[in-house]
Design a binder for this molecule. Sequence first.
Ligand SMILES: Cc1cc2nc3c(=O)[nH]c(=O)nc-3n(C[C@H](O)[C@H](O)[C@H](O)COP(=O)(O)O)c2cc1C
Length: 211
Amino acid sequence: MSIADIRRVYARARLDEAHVSPDPIAEFDRWFNQAREAEVPEPNAMALATAAPAGVPSVRMVLLKGYDERGFVFFTDYRSQKGIELEANPQAALAFYWGELERQVRIAGPVEKTSAEESAAYFRTRPLGSRLGAWVSHQSRVIPSRVELESGLREIKERFPTADVPLPPHWGGYRLRPEEVEFWQGREDRLHDRIRYVRDGERWRVERLSP
Ligand SMILES: Cc1cc2nc3c(=O)[nH]c(=O)nc-3n(C[C@H](O)[C@H](O)[C@H](O)COP(=O)(O)O)c2cc1C
């Protein structure tokens, strides 16, 4: 079978502007819970796009760790490529794909670092190995080999011999404050439903986009 012949008929559900919540966070909450109920693997995995100041984009997967009216939170190494790009150009976009539900959600807006307290509170919930790993890795740096990571891990275990591993200064969260949120539901004949929320002062404007 040729790659060009891989295609799927979307016909599971519909999305109607008359029945969506006026608030995109409430709508996201409904969809996210449905993705969990449908046992989508890693429903919190999302593509995160950033761009260098000259406009060159980059994209990678990260895990959503929280969302509420303030925005969508993920955690990373602030010295990574994404961290460097967000420092210079604090705008980002997210995309979720929940294939089992024939759904995509896109979110875009400015990004801010979470407070050190919020980052530390999340860091404490991570398994010990992940907390040690955050000290060992300088994310996105070129390294000569894996050996460097393994010797780094031995050194860090000597430095922090108990489970009391503090938040590294270079590690923490970002919160993306949505300016736009788009919900995509696959439909028959590629005439998909697309409902976009655009922030309009204190309110949200809801509009339908052509597929
Ligand atoms: C499913 C999945 C989830 C991931 N979650 C995270 C995450 O939450 N934070 C993170 O820094 N990297 C995460 N990664 C690794 C990133 O995709 C990426 O390799 C890393 O952050 C370096 O990206 P950068 O060089 O563009 O900064 C994840 C990768 C996958 C495949």
